[in-house]
Design a protein around this ligand. Structure first.
Ligand code: 5GP
Ligand code: MN
Length: 341
């Protein structure tokens, strides 16, 4: 178990000395980004700090139910207000990402700001862009790390329902509802604490996982049936969706969430890729099993990064050319699959 007490004294001092604190989560924020952000916000309010929240772009539908999520300022919607918040901040806390470009269009302003910057994250290999980097990849989620930091810095354990539900949401979404191997006995002890604090778990599971449109389910069926290619000899499978496919099924943000995990349920497949056609580029999501480093494929070939088993990147070309390039990359990396079960 990592000793996080090395961070907490300095962090708590910073919290107490700062007049305006801004918490920033990453572009296309997921449950862990928003969960850890709202949890920190709750704690900082509790200790009497002046604190705001910002995210580079919009929240996905399945997170909008979260209490306090309506207080998150969206940079691309409220640029002026967000610029003022960045300017006024003397402490900026960045959660759940490890590279500054994950702040999207806010990156330049945040990096140029004179505020002290703290990173709280669980991704591997962070770029050095914060004054204090709390980067611990042994945690299943940034939410778990936030829980441990706050527990360590409070003599009286801090807890309230909004805080507990935010952290619970972060933990279930980043572990695929306890399906990925990343959670530990300690995670489950934290979850036990959160449940005892009154988390309504059925309500949250329904809001997060059973909240899709019929079109989304049809898109999923179409993606698996018509757009999935399985390459057993390379232990890989990929799914691609064109702009026209998404339009046909009235796609809204978040609809393709989880598709990339599905090919991993095929026997013998340990690397899965999802290509989504965007304006002028292709967004790629990668998932892998075991020791296959999907994040190395992401960073070496697709200007991206992430975790060993969940990562992403992008490629500025047509869908067809991107898939051709990807297949070449797979061939070049065939050696990596040799010892993967
Ligand atoms: P997803 O496939 O769910 O969009 O992303 C999975 C994980 O991959 C994210 O938690 C994030 O860590 C990482 N990731 C996704 N896209 C990118 C990207 O473009 N750049 C980097 N550095 N990481 C990404
Ligand atoms: Mn996370």
């Amino acid at each position: 178990m990592v000793d996080i007490s090395k961070y907490t004294k300095q962090l708590f001092n910073l919290f107490c000395l700062s007049d305006n604190i801004l918490i920033i989560s990453h572009i296309n924020p997921d449950g862990d980004a928003i969960g850890s952000q709202i949890a920190l916000y709750q704690y900082l309010k509790h200790i009497g700090r002046n604190v705001s929240m910002m995210t580079p772009n919009y929240l996905q539908e399945f997170l909008k139910w979260m209490e306090c999520s309506d207080q998150i300022n969206i940079f691309i919607r409220e640029r002026n207000k967000c610029k003022k918040l960045i300017d006024a901040a003397d402490l900026i806390i960045m959660v759940d990402f490890n590279q500054p470009n994950r702040m999207g269009e806010a990156e330049g302003l945040v990096i140029a700001s004179k505020a002290r910057k703290v990173l709280i994250d669980h991704h591997l290999d962070p770029t050095d862009f914060a004054d204090i980097q709390i980067s611990e990849s042994s945690f299943c989620s940034t939410s778990e790390l936030v829980y441990e930091l706050i527990s360590e810095m409070s003599s009286q354990p801090f807890m309230n329902k909004v805080y507990a539900e935010a952290l619970y949401t972060g933990i279930i979404t980043d572990t695929g509802n306890f399906e990925h191997g990343s959670y530990t006995a300690s995670t489950l002890r934290i979850v036990a604490d959160l449940l005892e604090a009154g988390v309504e778990k059925e309500k949250i599971l329904n809001l997060v996982y059973n909240n899709f449109s019929a079109d989304r389910l049809r898109l999923q069926g179409y993606a698996m049936n018509k757009r999935m290619v399985v390459l057993p000899e390379l232990k890989s499978a990929y799914i691609y969706l064109t702009k026209a496919d998404l339009k046909e099924y009235n796609h809204v943000k978040g609809d393709t969430e989880g598709f990339v995990n599905m090919p991993l349920s095929i026997k013998g497949i340990c690397f899965s890729t999802l290509f989504i056609e965007k304006d002028g580029f292709i967004k790629l999501s990668f998932r892998s099993k075991g020791m296959f480093p999907s994040n190395e494929i992401a960073s070496l070939y697709f200007s991206g990064g992430g975790h060993m088993n969940a990562s992403g990147g992008e490629y500025y070309d047509t869908l067809e050319n991107t898939i051709t390039y990807f297949l070449k990359v797979l061939q070049e990396n065939a050696w990596r699959f040799e010892n993967i079960e």
